[in-house]
Design a protein around this ligand. Structure first.
Ligand code: C2E
Ligand code: MG
Ligand code: MG
Ligand code: MG
Length: 288
């Protein structure tokens, strides 16, 4: 029985596997074309200063509008790019487009750029970023490289060397999705981050979750002690914003403000002032 079951399961699994891998091969080939024509585009999500609710920066989020299939989520195509050896080319194309577009904006917004695990280990990462900075003339002080814990935990010594090299370019480094990995504290202890982004799993709906409130409050004190600037991701409601403001986060990012938008719409973000948003949790008394 076990054998039959095993074989049956194997046959089914194999067919499915085969279909999926063909699909991925096709997508990988389509992706190669798209990257070559700058059709994987940078979109931009605002990052807002909590003290005045003004946009101070944007996070670059890659968007691929596939001619037949529509938008493919980055969670899907970034992994395909990594597996098919294209992540370096993808990053280079997206960063080059982002920096030249950002040069046109009326304000010197910071530009946060995501680097995946495989991308971080690529020997060409630092030279590529240097090349883009030089060719676009984009001010390195405006560039923030976002990496996640999984990119650095294999070997802190190697990671530190890479981060130091990046910082030599004049860029800043943010630790993204903070709190979701297995060694978040070891990362902070070992590596030279400038910013920390609290994962949205602690932030969205925070006013209903006392545990999350304690955790975010703890992360903020930790960050203050280590002189790291804190951004709260996943701000979806005024309650979320009020709470992270109350807990002393400096910056906020999330659908409450805006989702990622194409470059042509960034100028509108600059004019938006979300000035009637509360800065004290709605459920707390105003005077403390
Ligand atoms: P991330 O760097 O943590 O980016 C934040 C993700 O959360 C984005 O998803 C964004 O659209 C989403 N988000 C922002 N605000 C909210 C909110 O209020 N609520 C909810 N539910 N979600 C929110 P997206 O664009 O699908 O990107 C997913 C991930 O793909 C990113 O996570 C990043 O790791 C990766 N990614 C995106 N663009 C690039 C890129 O150019 N290069 C690399 N290497 N990775 C990228
Ligand atoms: Mg990010
Ligand atoms: Mg994140
Ligand atoms: Mg994330």
């Amino acid at each position: 029985v076990a054998k039959t079951q095993g074989r049956g399961r194997f046959a089914w699994y194999d067919a499915e596997q085969d279909r999926q891998s063909m699909d991925r091969e096709k997508l990988a080939a389509d992706l190669r074309e798209a990257i070559a024509h700058d059709q994987v585009e940078p979109w931009f999500q605002p990052i807002v200063e909590i003290d005045d609710n003004l946009v101070s920066g944007v996070e670059v989020l890659a968007r691929w509008n596939h001619p037949e299939r529509g938008f493919i989520p980055p969670g899907v195509f970034i992994e395909i790019a990594e597996d098919s050896g294209q992540i370096g080319a993808l990053g280079l194309s997206v960063l080059r487009q982002a920096c030249s577009q950002a040069n046109e904006w009326a304000q010197p917004l910071t530009v946060s750029f995501n680097v995946s695990g495989v991308q971080f280990k690529d020997l060409n990462l630092v030279p590529s970023i240097r090349m883009v900075l030089e060719s676009t003339g984009f001010d390195p002080k405006r560039l923030i490289v976002e990496i996640t814990e999984s990119s650095v935990i294999d070997d802190f010594d190697v990671a530190r060397e890479k981060l130091d090299e990046l910082k030599t370019l004049g860029v800043s480094i943010a630790l993204d999705d903070f709190g979701t990995g297995y060694s978040s504290l070891a990362c902070l202890q070992n590596l030279p981050f400038d910013r920390l982004k609290i994962d949205r799993s602690f932030v969205t709906d925070i006013s209903d979750h006392p545990q999350s409130q304690k955790i975010v409050s703890g992360i903020v004190s930790l960050a203050q002690g280590l002189h790291l600037e804190v951004t709260a991701e996943g701000i979806e409601t005024v309650e979320d914003l009020a709470y992270v403001s109350y807990l002393d986060c400096q910056r906020a990012q999330g659908f409450l403000f805006e989702k990622a938008v194409p470059a042509a719409q960034v100028e509108e973000l600059l004019e938006t002032k979300w000035d009637d948003l509360p800065t004290v949790p709605l459920s707390l008394p105003k005077a403390v």
